[in-house]
Ligand binder design. Structure first.
Ligand SMILES: [Fe+2]
Length: 313
């Protein structure tokens, strides 16, 4: 049995040298300001989470990924683990309680509970009248507005590790993550390990945490769910118009099957927009796949070298 079963990914915490620049990028990417202090910026999506991205002021650095615990009891269980902090009160907008841990690569992992919720933001939506379901928006006119994507929520985080097996064991044994897909190279080496939350019978995203190999530990990318395909396309055009640094997309993934779009921010942090993922529950056994050639999806741009090699310390 794992120590706890995390119920969600809460936020990513990074450090950046310019909060104005960070806020401008994240607004163009479809997030909204939740709070800002002299030292940090807290950005939200349109769902009820107080923040899904924290940027602290200072030299660029990946600081932590944060997961959500189901109860404060779970925080106390984690606080007993070797090297864990005690259960702390979070001295930040949104409040809540937290335990800080280190994974085997030395990355800080925060586990939080009780952060304030905020009023969700509703957006106009135009469902597809496709050939099979041709009346989803019967009687209405679809008038799409140009602008940034509507980021709804944080979906997953991706870390790079020089030693994957202890990292995977740690995340699965500490936070209860379950294996969804593992991809092997022709020599049998594990090259992609996709993990999802264990919420029992409830269906969750195909992956909340992906681990891939690389010479130095760090953050590869952070991924946000946007409203739908139109919203992803509108956001892509908005980023092009803003002179953004496109990394990879638009295409559809094999593993998780999301439609994706990847961009680099001014501080070399990589972010993804996605929509339409596979969703599995705890009954799914996971798949091991030996066909790494399928890293490129069924359609869309070929994967660029810098996507695979990216790791932000
Ligand atoms: Fe991703």
């Amino acid at each position: 049995m794992p120590i706890i079963k995390a119920i969600d990914l809460a936020y990513v915490r990074v450090r950046v040298p310019d909060l104005d620049k960070a806020e401008a990028f994240l607004k163009d990417f479809g997030l909204q300001r939740s709070a800002r202090t002299d030292k940090a910026l807290y950005m939200r999506g349109s769902c009820a989470e107080h923040h899904i991205h924290v940027a602290e002021l200072g030299p660029p650095k990946f600081l932590a990924m944060a997961f959500v615990a189901a109860s404060e009891d779970d925080l106390h269980k984690l606080a007993k683990q070797p090297g864990a902090s005690g259960v702390e009160t979070i001295d930040e907008p949104g409040g809540g309680r937290r335990v800080r841990l280190k994974d085997p690569d030395g990355n800080t992992v925060e586990v939080v509970h009780g952060i304030e919720r905020v009023q969700p933001i509703a957006h106009a939506r135009h469902p597809l009248n496709d050939a099979i379901d041709g009346l989803r928006r019967a009687g209405t006119l679809a008038r799409h507005e140009k602008g940034p994507s509507k980021v709804l929520r944080l979906g997953h985080g991706v870390l790079v590790s020089p030693d994957m097996p202890p990292m995977l064991s740690w995340y699965r044994e500490t936070l209860g993550l379950l294996m969804s897909d593992e991809v092997l190279a022709p020599d049998g080496q594990l090259v992609l390990a996709f993990n999802r939350l264990d919420r029992g019978p409830e269906y969750v995203d195909h992956h909340v945490f992906l681990l891939q190999p690389g010479p130095k530990p760090g953050l590869n990318h952070i991924a946000f769910e946007v409203q739908d395909l139109d919203d992803l396309m509108l956001g892509h055009e908005h980023m092009v118009a803003r002179g953004g640094d496109k990394v990879w997309g638009i295409g559809r993934h094999v593993y998780g099957a999301q439609i994706f779009d990847y961009w680099m921010d001014p501080f070399d942090f990589m972010y993804e927009h996605w929509t339409d993922t596979d969703r599995m529950n705890a009954d799914f056994r996971g798949v091991t796949d030996g066909t790494i050639a399928s890293a490129n999806g069924p359609w869309g741009d070929q994967v660029p070298e810098r996507f695979f090699t990216h790791s932000h310390e």
